[in-house]
Design a protein. Structure first.
Length: 137
């Protein structure tokens, strides 16, 4: 089933100059429907990760996600949500499989290079968070 998902290249990967390599790898598997580079505000990051509010890592996550620019993309492909999560690898790069984006580019569990939506409902909300319908081409 063709699906769309949201991808974020996080501040650690952008800072390290790895955004282009990550985007090229993503593009070899998915169609990039929309893409922006932006600096998240604290309010935007807090809202985007609202599902994690109250968790011990929440404040650090908001701090980190606003520490520099990110690249956000809407991706499309067959089973894009699960397949992009496969390409990313486990949240903790120590547990990520060889060849995955997090194995190659993540520094730690919190500085883990990339984000991907985890379900169709969250994908729809996350894509709409960054892209109005007219920008999804
Ligand atoms: P992400 O896929 O962007 O979704 C939530 C993020 O919280 C996750 O990636 C991690 O970068 C970050 N995080 C930090 N600590 C933890 C933790 N203990 N468990 C889960 N996520 C964490």
């Amino acid at each position: 089933m063709k699906q769309r998902t949201l991808s974020i290249v996080k501040p650690d990967a952008v800072r390290a100059g790895n955004a282009g390599k990550i985007i090229a790898e993503i593009e070899s598997h998915f169609r990039i429907v929309a893409m922006r580079k932006l600096q998240l505000s604290k309010a935007q990051a807090a809202a985007f990760y609202a599902v994690h509010a109250g968790k011990p890592f929440y404040n650090d996550l908001v701090e980190f996600m606003t520490s520099g620019p990110v690249v956000v993309m809407c991706l499309e492909g067959e089973d894009a949500i699960a397949n992009y999560r496969k390409l990313m690898g486990a949240t903790n790069p120590e547990k990520a499989e060889e060849g995955t984006l997090r194995k190659k580019y993540a520094e730690s569990m919190s500085h883990n290079a990339v984000h991907g939506s985890d379900a169709p409902e969250t994908a729809a909300v996350e894509v709409a968070f960054f892209f109005p319908g007219c920008d999804l081409i």
